[in-house]
Write a protein that binds this ligand. Structure first.
Ligand SMILES: [Zn+2]
Length: 232
């Protein structure tokens, strides 16, 4: 099977409001315009893969079971927005950790590219045709190391002022995640039609009863604006 391009998304601060070490699904909240972005990206028919540093595992703040609950909530968010979470890849390591099996210098903690390479290997992705979206230069560097096109979300241009090395310089800078999705859609426009034709059923499953209930029982209006938190 031909390798597919993908969109890699950082989690904390990019998709979700950043609450340090939070693994409580009830406290997970999409950032403003993330619902719009997921809806727009879902329409492209590209695999959407979350890549996240989770040193809280190494620190003993939470465990990998907690992260499975985080993943499940992400899947719900994506589904509500008409998208599908193709993978959730996280780095549980940190050299200063207290958990022996995770207290190490690894090859997957961003800015290294291990998470992206693992996802590419397992999901059949073409890294050189993929994108990564994040709010940190570590996301940019990880993406560049993997050969991806990098989009930095830099609302105030504060990060861009500090750019000083090619590997930590994004290909594109945008003010918010909705603009990142729009840019990817524009850059991908030549390739979208044929691909979406093949995978429409798998990507757009708003008929799923769980998501349908979520969509109709909450007066969130259009997913194109505002923050969103699915309860329960
Ligand atoms: Zn790691």
């Amino acid at each position: 099977m031909a390798l597919s391009p993908a969109v890699f998304l950082d989690k904390d601060g990019t998709l979700l409001v950043d609450i340090p070490f939070n693994v409580d699904p009830a406290r997970m909240v999409l950032v403003e315009r993330a619902a719009y972005a997921l809806h727009a990206l879902g329409k492209l028919g590209l695999p959407l893969v979350v890549v996240s540093n989770q040193p809280g595992v190494a620190y003993g703040r939470f465990n990998e079971e907690d992260l499975q609950r985080v993943k499940a909530r992400l899947e719900t968010f994506f589904g509500y927005c008409g998208a599908r979470l193709a993978g959730f890849y996280y780095c549980p390591h940190h050299p200063d950790g207290v958990r022996n099996d995770c207290a190490l210098t690894c090859a997957c903690r961003k800015p290294k590219a291990g998470l992206l390479r693992k996802a590419a290997s397992e999901l059949g992705l073409a890294l050189e045709r993929s994108w990564i979206v994040g709010t940190h230069l570590d996301d940019v560097e990880a993406g560049r190391r993997a050969g991806c096109t990098t989009l930095l979300i830099d609302k105030t241009n504060a990060i861009s002022m500090q750019l000083n090395s090619p590997i930590r310089t994004p290909h594109h800078t945008v003010a918010e995640i909705g603009a990142a999705a729009d840019l990817i859609a524009a850059l991908d426009a030549n390739h979208t039609a044929s691909r979406v034709g093949m995978v429409t059923g798998a990507v757009f499953d708003v008929s799923d009863p769980d998501f349908g209930n979520a969509a109709t029982s909450r007066s969130l209006g259009s997913p194109s604006r505002g923050t969103m938190s699915l309860q329960g």
